[in-house]
Write a protein that binds this ligand. Structure first.
Ligand code: AMP
Ligand code: MG
Length: 382
């Protein structure tokens, strides 16, 4: 299949181009388009053949349900059978925007969308190109992130092209996705509502509407590291380093549930170092020192505050790449850069990435959620 790419200027949206893309959706085709979270891969949510094409193009497991995107509140009524009262203040405050709400689904929603569940995830995006496209199609649009399943989500049209060229009909290049992380998924079929996936709308923001909104306990109990360090001193124990080396050579298989949970991931193996900032830096410096002679290319995902503290001595360092995710004072900037940096590290062909942990406040919760999944839950606590 030939994948066409068209540019649409977010400040001067061509209705002609939007209509062209909408016709492809109406005919059952696949169109990637920008949203404020990440690029989405759109299809007619009411047509199961079109929805199946999404799973095929992405290589997405069929048990992972899709989010349905709408452009006006009136569209909700035919898609759901029940609207728990909390939906209204939430929609009033956060729609259009990066909040997805889970409702009991109506019979017009094909099972392919919901992976057989009796609930459906619905979002109204704020991006003007996404809005215009959904409106022009006159359809609810199923749109997961427009990446190959498992890889980092796309925040630029070029990322979509890298992953899906030849597999979809059209890519709309509308510039960068501002938030850079996916929407917050909130289950409102239960009381109190539960965040199933942290994202662009923060827990703190949601609690301004209902103070007992909580995180799904499964998120709080996510598996963590096989390498937990209780003190800096432990870092130098022979046992740890042996562990670490085996891991970095790909021979060490993390304990249950291991790679099954890996997602959003760069090709390189990633290890998060989390804790006090000075210890993060010294630990990463030690780890780099430890494997420097192994001829592996090493990436360091640092922040503006720390990037100059990685000791890159003058000899034998062509194998070390340091990139900044952004400023710790502006986690929104880190969110916007995260997936792009993962892809840039892959372009640099690094074998291993040491990434700094960041605070879980605000959007930091979503950032750390994606980083942990990308790292297959390899986290060193310092
Ligand atoms: P993506 O659009 O690729 O960012 O992924 C959609 C996310 O929404 C996935 O994490 C799904 O598991 C989640 N999701 C979609 N529908 C439902 C549902 N009915 N119940 C719970 N989670 C859902
Ligand atoms: Mg996705």
């Amino acid at each position: 299949m030939k994948t066409e790419v068209i540019k649409i200027d977010i400040n001067n949206i061509s209705q002609e181009k939007i209509n062209y893309a909408a016709e492809i959706l109406k005919a059952g085709g696949l169109v990637a388009f920008p949203t404020e979270t990440v690029y989405g891969l759109g299809a007619n949510a009411l047509q199961k053949e079109a929805v199946r094409k999404i799973f095929a193009a992405k290589g997405r497991p069929s048990d992972n349900p899709l989010i349905v995107h709408i452009a006006d509140i009136a569209s909700l009524d035919s898609l759901v059978v029940e609207k728990p009262p909390i939906w209204e203040p939430l929609a009033h405050k956060f729609w259009p925007g990066p909040l997805t709400m889970i409702f009991k689904k109506s019979s017009v929603i094909p099972d392919e969308i919901t992976a057989g569940l009796d609930t459906v995830a619905i979002r109204m995006p704020v991006h003007p190109i996404a809005m215009a496209l959904i409106k022009a199609s006159g359809l609810p649009i199923a749109a997961p992130s427009a990446n190959s399943s498992g890889y980092p989500s796309p925040t630029l049209a070029s990322h979509v092209y890298e992953d899906l060229n030849g597999k979809i009909d059209l890519i709309i290049d509308g510039g960068k996705a501002d938030v850079g992380l996916e929407s917050t998924v909130l289950d409102i079929t239960v009381d109190p509502p539960l965040i199933l996936r942290p994202g662009g709308v923060t827990l703190e923001q949601l609690r301004t509407i209902k103070s007992d909104i909580s995180l799904d306990p499964a998120l709080a109990n996510e598996p963590e590291t096989d390498f937990t360090l209780t003190s800096q001193a432990n870092l130098n124990t022979d046992e740890f380093l042996k562990h670490k080396r085996r891991d970095l050579q790909g021979k060490f298989i993390p304990k249950s549930p291991g790679l099954k949970y890996k997602h959003y991931a760069p090709k390189a193996q990633m290890v998060i170092v989390d804790g006090e900032l000075d210890k993060i830096v010294s630990t990463i410096n030690n780890l780099v020192q430890d494997i420097k002679n192994s001829k592996k290319r090493i990436g360091i995902l640092a922040t503006e505050q720390t990037k100059d503290y990685y000791k890159v001595d003058t000899k034998g360092n062509e194998n070390i790449v340091v990139m900044s995710l952004g400023s710790r004072d502006c986690p929104e900037e880190i969110a916007a850069n995260l997936f792009k940096r993962f892809r840039e590290m892959d372009e640099q062909k690094v074998d291993v990435i040491f990434a700094e942990g960041i605070s879980k406040n605000g959007i930091g919760l979503a950032i750390m959620n994606r980083m942990k999944k990308a790292a297959g839950f390899n986290i060193i606590k310092v």
